[in-house]
Structure formats: structure tokens, C-alpha cells
Design a protein around this ligand. Structure first.
Ligand SMILES: NC(=O)C1=CN([C@@H]2O[C@H](COP(=O)(O)OP(=O)(O)OC[C@H]3O[C@@H](n4cnc5c(N)ncnc54)[C@H](O)[C@@H]3O)[C@@H](O)[C@H]2O)C=CC1
Ligand SMILES: CC(C)CC(=O)C(=O)O
Ligand SMILES: [Mg+2]
Length: 352
């Protein structure tokens, strides 16, 4: 870490700026006592920025982002029906470009049922697992195309790319994390009964890496079955490792069973530290509630805890997590009646 803690802040679109305002309050409070002064730099990116400027992620912005210790990100993207913005443009040319360029190969998404959180599960049990989602490959790389567009004979492809290098490094990360946890168990989630080329690569890689970790057990689930167990018996999971697409979908489900997407945090991590990692809530820009102070900022605030851990401030990270935990325990309604800012202020107060 440099002498100061230099954090880039990308609030983005929709509820992004609302939840990031609260996350920033918490970040400031949590680092108040730190030796390294906090320096925040705002970057305007996203769908609204594209409408204003025609820019997605200019090279100079990308280069500037690389100079920071970490990035705090809100969410980007327009409402699905917004015809002013080509669908996928911002997600691919801005968000995924950032994750790929900064080599965020570990997309870490913890799922924890905090005490007091109402859950749709029949028997909630001890839900505390992490999803290690591959972040730079899979079907999200833009390897596809379309022929005879708009005709009855249109053919569209979106080819998933899985490299031995990419799969191995994320699988090894999952085993390392499992090795540090109590239950020491990795579940590979894929669909190797159908997606045989990619699936077999993932399976062989897990077997090979598992041999290096004799204390870690592992099993396998097809992704469709994994969604059942995530609902009926999530306590069976400790560390899930999976590809970019399956991980995206499963972590929305993981959010839903642990109190809602408004609580689900994530880190896009460059484990080699060759570029800054980026921390963001799992959710998107939620156009349906944007601008109404209805969004729960907790996911963004828990993402701050992940950021603090990453930049070498684990004590500050634990304090943020504890403040969130105590705030959550005090909630007695399924839908929190407080505004976004009121929740942020309460968590800052709990930190103090
Ligand atoms: N990392 C990112 O920037 C992501 C961006 N997106 C983009 O966001 C836009 C909306 O996508 P959706 O599929 O609707 O997913 P979404 O996650 O934005 O919203 C899904 C549902 O969850 C609710 N929700 C989300 N965050 C919440 C919060 N903090 N508190 C309370 N409720 C919350 C929303 O109101 C909505 O009903 C799209 O443009 C999409 O591409 C989607 C996912 C991730
Ligand atoms: C919008 C996608 C690129 C990202 C997403 O849904 C996610 O990372 O959860
Ligand atoms: Mg998603």
C-alpha cells in the first residue's frame, strides 16, 4: 500500500450513486484512525456518462484507474427497456472491459446468513459459504457473432472460453481459501454432462489441484442441481468454484437466500496484485427503485469490508462487518422502512 490509501470511486448508474454515497461514509469512518490518509477520486462512468459523452471506458481513464490501491464500484447499466442505449454496451465495454483489463480473475462472493436476517429457507441452518467465480473468461468474453441477423435464418453464437491457465489459477485460489476455512471443502459447479469440453477441463483441473491440498475435501454438482441444494440445504456449501456465467447466476440466488440482493457483497480480485482490485455489490443499477432512497446500501458497505481486507486493513474490515451485523440484528422488518441514507448513517454510528 502507498503512503496514502488511494481509492477510485465509480458510483455508476441507477442506485449506484445512492449506495456508494453510504459506502464512502463508512469507508471514511473506518479509516479515520488509519496511518495512511484516505484519498478518494471519483470517476464518472456508465450508461448516463455514455449518453452525455459517448464514452464507455477511455484508455486514459483505464490508465488512471490503474494508479489506485483499489476501486469501489456501484453498478452500471440502463433499464432493460431503455432504447437509447444498446443493450450490453456498458456492461461489456465498460464493466467487463475493466474486469478483464485489470485481470480480476477471482470474483469473490461471500454468502452469509447473518443473525436476525429473515430467510425464505425452511431450515436456514448455518449458511456461510463463498463463491469463487472465474472473472475473466467463460461466455462473457465476447467470443461470438451473428449471421443473417433479423431473418428467420439468424444464427447467433456466444462461445465460452476456458483456458487451462485461467481455470487452474481460479481453482487453486478456491482450494487455498478452503484450506483457510473450518470446513475445508470445495464444490465444483459446472455442467460437464453437456458442456463436455469446458466441463472436463474444469473437472480435471480440480482433481489435479486437489492433490496439492490433502486437507481439503471436494465434490461436484451440476449447476441445475446446485440451485436445488442452494435452496434446500445451503449449509452443505463451504467454497463453490465455478465459471463466470454460472457464478453470476448462483450468486444472485445466494443473495436471495441470505436476506436479499441488497446484502450481497463482492470483490473482483487480481490475486497477483498487478492491477487494482475492484469491490462492488453483487446487484445491478436497479432502475426500478433508483432515485427513491429505497436501495439497501449494505451490500456496498460489506464490499468496503472486502476492500479493507484486501488493502491490508483487516481490523477495519472486521469493524465494518461487525457494525453491519449489529445493524442487521436490529432490523425487525422484512422490508427495511429506512432510507438508503438512514441505513448508511446507522452503520456509521455503529462503527463509531
Ligand atoms: N455489476 C453491475 O454493474 C451490474 C449491472 N447490472 C445492470 O443493472 C441493470 C438492472 O439489472 P437487473 O437485472 O434489474 O438487476 P438488479 O440487481 O439491478 O435488480 C434486480 C432486483 O433487485 C432489486 N435490488 C437490486 N439492488 C438492490 C438493493 N441494493 N436494495 C434493494 N433492492 C435491490 C432491484 O430493485 C430489482 O428488483 C441492467 O442494466 C443490468 O445490466 C446487473 C447486474 C450487475
Ligand atoms: C452485468 C454483468 C456484466 C455483471 C453481473 O451481472 C455480475 O457480475 O453479477
Ligand atoms: Mg449478476
Amino acid at each position: 500500500m502507498s503512503e496514502s490509501l488511494n481509492i477510485a470511486v465509480i458510483p455508476g448508474d441507477g442506485i449506484g450513486p445512492e449506495v456508494i454515497a453510504e459506502a464512502v461514509k463508512v469507508l471514511k469512518k473506518a479509516t479515520e484512525q488509519s496511518d495512511a490518509p484516505l484519498v478518494l477520486t471519483d470517476y464518472k462512468l456508465g450508461a448516463e456518462h455514455w449518453l452525455e459523452t459517448g464514452e464507455t471506458l477511455p484508455e486514459e481513464t483505464l490508465e488512471a484507474l490503474k494508479t489506485h490501491d483499489a476501486i469501489l464500484f456501484g453498478a452500471v447499466g440502463a433499464a432493460p427497456g431503455d432504447t437509447r442505449i444498446p443493450s450490453g454496451l456498458i456492461e461489456r465495454e465498460m464493466l467487463l472491459k475493466l474486469r478483464f483489463s485489470l485481470d480480476h480473475f477471482v470474483n469473490l462472493r461471500p454468502a452469509k446468513l447473518y443473525p436476525g436476517v429473515p430467510s425464505p429457507l425452511a431450515a436456514p441452518g448455518d449458511v456461510d459459504f463463498i463463491v469463487v467465480r472465474e472473472g475473466t473468461e467463460g461466455p462473457y468474453v465476447g467470443n461470438g457473432g451473428a449471421l443473417r441477423v433479423g431473418t428467420p435464418h439468424e444464427i447467433a453464437t456466444e462461445v465460452s472460453v476456458n483456458t487451462a491457465y485461467g481455470v487452474e489459477r481460479v481453482v487453486r485460489d478456491a482450494f487455498r481459501r478452503a484450506n483457510e476455512r473450518d470446513r475445508k471443502h470445495v464444490t465444483l459447479v459446472h455442467k460437464h454432462n453437456v458442456l463436455v469440453y469446458a466441463g472436463h477441463l474444469w473437472r480435471r483441473t480440480v482433481e489435479a489441484v486437489a492433490a496439492e491440498f490433502p486437507n481439503v475435501t471436494h465434490d461436484y454438482l451440476h449447476v441445475d442441481a446446485a440451485t436445488i441444494f442452494m435452496t434446500t440445504n445451503p449449509s452443505r456449501f463451504d467454497v463453490i468454484v465455478t465459471d463466470n456465467l454460472f457464478g453470476d447466476i448462483l450468486t444472485d440466488q445466494a443473495g436471495a437466500i441470505t436476506g436479499g440482493i441488497g446484502l450481497a457483497a463482492s470483490g473482483n480480485i487480481n490475486m497477483d496484485r498487478t492491477a487494482p482490485s475492484m469491490f462492488e455489490p453483487v446487484h445491478g443499477s436497479a432502475p426500478d427503485i433508483a432515485g427513491q432512497q429505497k436501495a439497501d446500501p449494505t451490500a456496498a458497505i460489506l464490499s468496503v469490508a472486502l476492500l479493507l481486507d484486501h488493502v491490508g486493513l483487516p481490523k477495519a474490515a472486521r469493524r465494518v462487518e461487525e457494525a453491519v451485523e449489529s445493524d442487521i440484528a436490529s432490523r425487525d422488518e422484512m422490508t427495511d422502512p429506512r432510507t438508503t441514507a438512514e441505513i448508511g448513517d446507522a452503520i456509521v454510528a455503529a462503527l463509531a
